[in-house]
Design a protein around this ligand. Structure first.
Ligand code: CA
Length: 325
């Protein structure tokens, strides 16, 4: 009798195990980094719609203000490495020879043609095997326009895909006399993103600004502290006083390879101890660095290092990888 019940206990433990594991896998999120940017020019509506169709969990928006205070979805405060601004508005560059989003109105920005990322000095395409530079007819758009695309698709498909906006360079905006954060928070609020339940994750590299968003501006959104420099990772305990997660560069998670196996820094386990989710950036199938194939890169971070989600330019590959696991 005793051995039978022991057998049952052991059996139920064994049979429970895979279920627990698969539930844990399902909680890992795929963030479309600048949309499906491995396939279409980054931050275009087309790249966002494609990412949506790939069944990601979140689609990312980088946000910079226009001259007339419209939050524009674009990765940099500059225009000249993803648009034809230098030919259309040749005399509007600043002394550093760069063209700034903040110097153009929304209507002016609408006249620009967006293209695959390139080096403005040489004209050379940044990722040579991606969408051909100069081809197609892509435009810039506002944050509100992209939210309407995603919310519209959520309605027409019955899915619930989230947004993952980033406040870009708040100090630069302040120096220019603008308050990007307040405008972004109001846009989010107007579109129904108010609390952690509302399928929005707000991210920022600036630690002071993200702390201000929680403590002074009293935002109840899910906040992720992006980490650029390794030494910042020592401040996890402080980050946990205002943030819900961290977004480190993936190399901050890797320690070294021993006998063909990756050893990790304590960043992920330390963050988990402080109840912080970990979403490293950026997994790219055409920029493998320390890895031989993309599967190895996904396996290393999502399984071995046990992160909670990843930013990727190739969301279909990560969605499929997690589905098969
Ligand atoms: Ca970003």
């Amino acid at each position: 009798m005793k051995s039978i019940s022991l057998f049952l206990v052991v059996f139920s433990l064994i049979s429970c195990k895979p279920k627990v594991k698969s539930e844990k896998m399902n909680t890992k999120i795929v963030i479309a980094h600048r949309g499906a940017s491995g396939y279409l020019p980054e931050h275009t509506m087309e790249a966002k719609a494609m990412a949506y169709a790939m069944n990601v969990n979140f689609i990312e928006q980088d946000l910079v203000l226009s001259k007339d205070d419209v939050p524009i979805v674009i990765h940099d405060i500059y225009l000249d490495d993803v648009t034809d601004v230098a030919t259309k508005f040749a005399n509007r560059k600043r002394n550093d020879n760069r063209y700034y989003v903040i110097d153009f109105t929304y209507d002016e920005l609408q006249t620009l043609k967006v293209t695959e990322r390139f080096n403005p000095k040489t004209g050379e395409q940044f990722y040579p095997n991606r969408f051909p530079k100069g081809k197609g007819n892509f435009k810039l758009h506002s944050f509100a326009e992209e939210i309407e695309l995603i919310q519209g698709l959520n309605k027409s498909t019955g899915k619930n895909i989230g947004i993952y906006p980033e406040i870009k360079e708040p100090k630069f905006h302040q120096k220019e006399g603008k308050n990007l954060t307040e405008i972004v928070l109001k846009t989010l609020y107007d579109y129904g993103y108010k609390t952690k339940k509302d399928n929005c994750i707000l991210q920022c590299f600036d630690t002071k600004e993200l702390e201000r968003i929680r403590k002074d501006l009293k935002s109840e959104l899910f906040l992720v502290q992006l980490i650029e420099f390794e030494e910042e990772a020592k401040n996890l305990q402080h980050f946990a006083t205002y943030a819900d997660g961290i977004g480190p560069w993936y190399k901050q998670i890797l320690d070294k390879k021993v006998d063909g196996e990756w050893k990790f820094t304590t960043l992920v386990s330390d963050a988990h101890q402080f109840n912080l989710k970990v979403h490293p950036y950026t997994l790219r199938a055409d920029q493998l660095d320390d890895f031989t194939i993309f599967e190895e890169m996904m396996e290393t971070f999502l399984i071995a290092a046990n992160v909670d989600g990843v930013f990727t330019d190739f969301p279909d590959l990560v969605v499929n990888f997690l589905k098969e696991k």
